[in-house]
Design a protein around this ligand. Sequence first.
Ligand SMILES: Cc1cc2nc3c(=O)[nH]c(=O)nc-3n(C[C@H](O)[C@H](O)[C@H](O)COP(=O)(O)OP(=O)(O)OC[C@H]3O[C@@H](n4cnc5c(N)ncnc54)[C@H](O)[C@@H]3O)c2cc1C
Length: 552
Amino acid sequence: MAEDADVIVVGGGLAGLVAATEIADAGKRVVLVDQEGEQSLGGQAFWSFGGLFLVNSPEQRRLGIKDSQELALQDWMGTAGFDREEDHWPRKWAEAYVAFAAGEKRDWLRAMGHRIFPVVGWAERGGYDAMGHGNSVPRFHVTWGTGPGIVEPFERRAREAAKRGKLVFKFRHRVDALSVTNGAVDGISGTILEPDNVERGQSSSRKVIGAFSLRAPAVVIASGGIGGNHDLVRQNWPKRLGVPPKFMISGVPEHVDGRMIGITEAAGARLINRDRMWHYVEGIQNWSPIWPRHGIRILPGPSSMWFDATGKRLPAPLFPGSDTLGQLEYIMSTGYDYSWFILTQSIIKKEFALSGSEQNPDLTGKSWRMTIRRATNKGAPAPVEAFKQKGADFIVRDNLADLVAAMNKLAGTDLLKFDAIKAQIEARDREIANPYVKDAQVMNLHNARRYIGDKLIRTAKPHRILDPEQGPLIAVKLNILTRKTLGGFETDLDSRVFGRDGQIIKGLYAAGEAAGFGGGGVHGYRSLEGTFLGGCLFSGRNAGRAAAKAVA
Ligand SMILES: Cc1cc2nc3c(=O)[nH]c(=O)nc-3n(C[C@H](O)[C@H](O)[C@H](O)COP(=O)(O)OP(=O)(O)OC[C@H]3O[C@@H](n4cnc5c(N)ncnc54)[C@H](O)[C@@H]3O)c2cc1C
């Protein structure tokens, strides 16, 4: 049977776009299929904050941050906690990826026009020992233009390749099966969905209007993870994180449905680490949703006080921005699937950032005039203010008694006791005047402000929470927000997929979230952040280059 292309790429998210452009630029013919319409090209990456993990970058050096590949690898390994036999390839991917992040990643992107916001963020700060979880230094480099800014170079390259006749887009083509001949993958088949002009990110029609099949000697699976499918998230929920939450909100569009994962497994591919996932605990319900159950993650600065549903302060070092999975494990151990921030107006205006391109019009719109306001600190960014006023999870009051009463009302319980909350806040407030400090979170604030980037735009001047001058008081009910799938198809460094018999499946490649961002789980159990887009770039590039070479 005639071949329709040299390589088929399933999924037009970042990983698929990178793979497809590498294949086309190697002179091969590629077909890129996606179940969504053209308006959703770029997948999740378009909605992302565009944060990238880079090591020893010029941006870091300019801010006085001393980073190195050795330090980053130490942090990565301490964070990943690889401890399984099937971590063989993930570990190799981790070493290769850290080298990429310390090496050619920045220059490769820069040559395509990608630019970085000069203040480097400090995500997942840890708080254990030097070999434990977390970034020893700030490494979260925000793309100037956020998510759209990271998609743009690859979309441009893909469209140029389409003009040259090297790349064909097939939108609204949903893959239902892989074809396998004599153990080798050699094509795909599926259904054609009716055209739908819904806005980007909205759920599109699933009405079938036809069928298709395509043949090629190589197929790259870049179909994303399972975060939009709460049934799959619950099914794969690991015991170590307690029972799956009853209530969750979605940090990803509905097309992150995980369906292609089952289809690829049915063709013999080996899925590993399916119980590893990365969900956030600072989720707020979007007052203006785009996709079903749409939630936004607060990227919190370090000062908010964090209480569980019963009103007990989270233990050290589970402070905002320190250890996402540690927080998730703690919260689920309380028997409730939510928790609370209590903070002041001074904290919200300096420390609250919302993850997502549409929540950061200054950075997304590449407006220096708007962005500079983050440092001048005149008020919270407009999207944060909008949440404060309209968000279902926000409460603003002038005094603590009213705040706690409103928190109980919102939760529909009387779990929070005013006297107990007051005592914990007053105790913490007493440490503010004390330069030697015993409270680990307050120590952290002083440490954070030693970094110029945090002092400028991320960490409020330490103050008493109950100081009326810093008010009003704000409480935020924090929900669990699904996002990333850390496990995936086991691959070698060429992104070639292993079968369940331990042999490479000829013709089959996987990249991006579907491949656990490389190898079947480059992150191990946890992430240092900004590592997902980068994992798509690296694994997509490896898959594209290897597939192009294999079909030469
Ligand atoms: C709001 C938000 C903020 C984020 N911020 C960051 C950040 O700052 N830094 C970072 O590193 N990461 C971030 N991420 C994560 C990152 O964006 C994603 O992990 C990454 O973009 C996943 O890319 P992907 O190509 O693997 O999958 P996706 O983007 O999910 O693309 C997969 C594509 O495959 C298609 N598809 C699926 N199944 C089929 C099928 N059967 N047939 C045909 N097509 C199919 C889908 O329609 C989709 O277009 C963020 C994510 C979100 C949503």
